[in-house]
Design a protein around this ligand. Structure first.
Ligand SMILES: [Zn+2]
Length: 440
């Protein structure tokens, strides 16, 4: 399956660094509204590089400035299922005064590129483009069609990016059954051994509004139907509920592989002992063994001696793959009578198999560059554009390969201050990605 796997040319290994820096210099801050600078300039840059590589990019806007770009590279056998290789062009905003460098200048120091998007995810965007260009220069056709996509708006759930593309331009993804993108393929250290984390599952999300209605009235009266009391009870019940530890296929495989590597067994009554074995990766996986429901907002009333007729709370619920309905039912029970529970925003969970030809090819590509390193499946507690693509029946993996220095707290880089990525990691990742896309 990987017999054609080839390395990038030398030029790609220097270009990847420059492309990443170019992309960071486009301020594509996403404030969750359409007020920001948008992704158009970055998308046009990407489209130009795609055109220069002989592809025919489709550039489209869901709203003014909210631009995505998709191009297909034909494989030698287009009857094979196509692979989507996607990134997002937007970034979360950066408060320049908190940073030790200008977040949009893409400075290189200490062997690293510093700037907003350096790991989320202009690093992978650059690796994708450098790989695409190297394949074009060397005339290396992939086996199957590869659909390169760079989306707007991932950081606000993809409404103006991947979700819009799936709704309005599904034909661009015709024939695709699998996808790779961000938040997986990076290295961490377990028990002194470097290992790679391949993302095969994403938790679901439900932001809920709780509304309690009661009898409004004077604060001096007896009131047995007080909206604030009912709401407070519901919030306390939900916030203090203990969700049991439950393994999915992914976490079961993950735990057993870590147990084997460390000799430390997972103890349900004290998962921390197990998590301590994982170094900084613990932040990524700590919340993936159970559902969570955190009250995050309270609103009600306007004066100490007036009982309001209604009160509101919001809850951030994150669900294990396949459990959203069950969790919502439990939350409604915990909220009790007289409190309505309405979704503000729902996003599906995902879980794809840690087996099959694509997974084997990803592991082979990593291990060709880092012989013997274990590759573990893991669950992401957040979400990616793979959620949107899943509506087209596309199985999405998190695979943005990076070999990282042990001392870099990679998990803190996502949306963090002084976000940065080692240039060596980009070179490593481009080699791995190139092997994968030429060999699979
Ligand atoms: Zn991202």
């Amino acid at each position: 399956m990987t017999e054609n796997a080839a390395l990038p040319d030398d030029r790609a290994l220097t270009d990847v660094i420059e492309i990443c820096r170019d992309l960071i210099r486009f301020d594509t801050s996403n404030f969750g509204t359409n007020e920001g600078p948008g992704e158009r300039a970055a998308a046009e840059y990407v489209a130009e590089r795609m055109t220069d590589a002989g592809l025919d990019p489709d550039v489209f806007e869901s709203a003014p400035g909210r631009t995505s770009v998709v191009a297909r590279m034909s494989g030698s056998d287009s009857s094979l299922p196509a692979l989507v290789v996607h990134g997002h062009l937007d970034v979360v905003p950066a408060q320049a005064e908190d940073w030790s460098v200008d977040p949009f200048s893409a400075e290189v120091k200490d062997g690293m590129i510093w700037g907003r998007g350096a790991v989320d995810m202009k690093d992978m965007d650059a690796m994708i483009l450098a790989t695409m260009e190297s394949m074009a220069r060397q005339g290396q056709k992939p086996k199957r069609d590869i659909i390169f996509a760079m989306f707007a708006d991932e950081e606000a759930g993809g409404t103006y990016g991947a979700d819009w593309a799936v709704n309005h331009r599904p034909e661009l993804f015709e024939g695709a059954t699998e996808a790779i993108s961000e938040v997986g393929g990076f290295s961490g250290t377990i028990n002194g051994q470097r290992a790679y984390f391949l993302q095969t599952a994403e938790k679901g999300l439900a932001w809920l509004r709780l509304t309690a209605h009661g009898r409004a009235g004077h604060g001096s009266q007896i009131n047995t139907d007080n909206a604030v009391t009912k709401l407070a009870q519901a919030v306390a019940n939900i916030g203090s509920h203990t969700w049991p530890i439950e393994f999915t296929k992914t976490t079961e495989q993950f735990v057993s592989m870590v147990e084997e590597m460390t000799g430390v067994d997972f103890d349900e009554s004290d998962p921390q002992v197990f998590l301590d074995q994982l170094g900084s990766v613990a932040h990524f996986v700590g919340a993936t063994f159970q559902n969570t429901a955190n009250p995050s907002l309270l609103k009600g009333g306007y004066k100490a001696n007036v009982i309001p007729g209604a009160a509101e709370a919001q809850i951030d619920v994150r669900t294990l793959p396949g459990q959203q309905e069950d969790v919502l039912r439990i939350i409604r029970e915990l909220a009790g009578d007289g409190v309505t529970v309405d979704p503000i925003h729902l996003a599906t969970s995902l879980e794809v198999p840690f087996e099959g030809e694509l997974v084997e090819s990803m592991i082979a590509a990593l291990q060709a560059e880092d012989p013997g390193a274990p590759v573990l499946p893991y669950t992401l507690s957040g979400g990616t554009d793979n959620k949107s693509l899943s509506r087209l029946g596309i199985a999405g993996y998190g695979f943005a390969p990076l070999q990282l220095p042990e001392e870099l707290d990679f998990t803190a880089m996502f949306h963090g201050v002084d976000e940065r990525v080692p240039t060596d990691s980009l070179v490593f990742g481009t080699k791995v990605l190139h092997r994968l896309l030429t060999g699979y």
